[in-house]
Ligand binder design. Structure first.
Ligand SMILES: C[S@@+](CC[C@H](N)C(=O)[O-])C[C@H]1O[C@@H](n2cnc3c(N)ncnc32)[C@H](O)[C@@H]1O
Length: 312
């Protein structure tokens, strides 16, 4: 249901991949290169909140609850740079040691959002820039449109609001299926706890928690990543990082994350408003102002986990 973004490093991979996506849905957007898009999935405004007019996916079986419009893509791009600063790069150190990014690796970013991660993941290699990128559509839970053992490096990042607890093991196994033996799967997710009613930041995170729980999702999935990879018995966890950022600290990373939180609160408003007791758009605006103030004035330690599994 989401975009899958791939970067391919040799002609064999490109041919194999083109063939697997060749259907009457495929539309070339750049006939001279490997970039094309398969629109199997339409945008919807039917379930937009009347208050916010945001645009959502309309995949019936999906529990994903964030919008897919331009504002959301901008937020995801901002969040990407905050995460990059938090982890000191786009990929964990073990991936840099093991994979030969200079000579090119095949990369799949599942649910790529704005695609910003893939575009910059190895900018040191100018040969790998966007003409070698390809967007396609797929649903990680239903099965990806790629053969077994296709990619050197696969990423799943921020599926916390897309997968139920039961779907996580299925999703990780599917991602590992398309990863080459010896190749790497990078997983990045946050861990948001229940906090109580102390301030607007806590009230917001508690509402996110409640919405997620009602959908069978786990906002603390970050701390489960290592266990989930281990349980597949398809990969060994070779690196695990846990990073924290105090959102009200006066530094560049905290400011980026605080901006992201204000934006995500706006994106999530249709779902969280009932849990926050907000009746109309004036209530929502008031709450968003209160949250912005709280993010500046109250400590909040945002925790993110990153894990690398190597396929065996
Ligand atoms: C919160 S965004 C994260 C985007 C990106 N990975 C990042 O870190 O910036 C989640 C993305 O996953 C996609 N998505 C949600 N459910 C999916 C599924 N079952 N299969 C594939 N993509 C999915 C959404 O369309 C969205 O682009």
């Amino acid at each position: 249901m989401g975009h899958l973004l791939t970067k391919l490093n040799n002609e064999d991979d490109q041919t194999k991949d083109k063939n697997s996506n060749r259907s009457h849905h495929s539309k070339s957007i750049n006939s001279g290169s490997q970039v094309f898009i398969t629109p199997g999935f339409q945008a919807s405004t039917e379930n937009s909140s009347s208050r916010t007019q945001r645009e959502f996916h309309k995949e019936e079986q999906s529990t994903y609850w964030l919008p897919k419009d331009e504002d959301e893509q901008l937020r995801l791009t901002g969040q990407h740079f905050a995460l990059k600063e938090l982890f000191g790069g786009n990929i964990l150190s073990k991936a840099k040691e093991i994979l030969d990014f200079k000579n090119g690796v095949s990369v799949l970013d599942i649910g790529c959002g704005s695609g910003v991660w893939t575009m910059v993941v190895d900018v040191i290699n100018k040969k790998m820039m966007p003409q070698k990128c390809k967007f396609s559509y797929g649903n990680l839970v239903k099965g990806l449109p790629y053969a077994d053992n296709t990619f050197d490096f696969v990423q799943i990042r921020f599926f916390v609001y897309a997968l139920t607890e039961k779907e996580w093991p299925i999703a990780i196994k599917e991602a590992l299926r398309v990863t080459k033996v010896g190749g790497l799967l990078q997983l990045i997710e946050h861990d948001i706890k229940d906090h109580g009613d102390l301030n607007a930041t806590y009230r917001f995170t508690d509402a996110v928690h409640s919405v997620s729980r009602a959908r069978g999702q786990d906002t603390r999935i970050g701390k489960e990543l290592q266990r989930l990879v281990d349980e597949t018995e398809m990969a060994n966890v070779i690196q695990m990082e846990r990073k924290q950022c105090n959102l009200c600290a006066n530094n560049a990373t905290a400011r980026k994350f605080a901006w992201n939180w204000r934006e995500v609160a706006s994106s999530m408003m249709p779902a969280v408003a009932p849990y926050l007791g907000l009746q109309d758009s004036d209530d929502e605006k008031r709450f968003l102002r209160e949250l912005a103030y709280s993010l500046k004035t109250n400590d909040y330690f945002y925790t993110v986990y990153a894990v690398i599994g190597q396929k065996i």
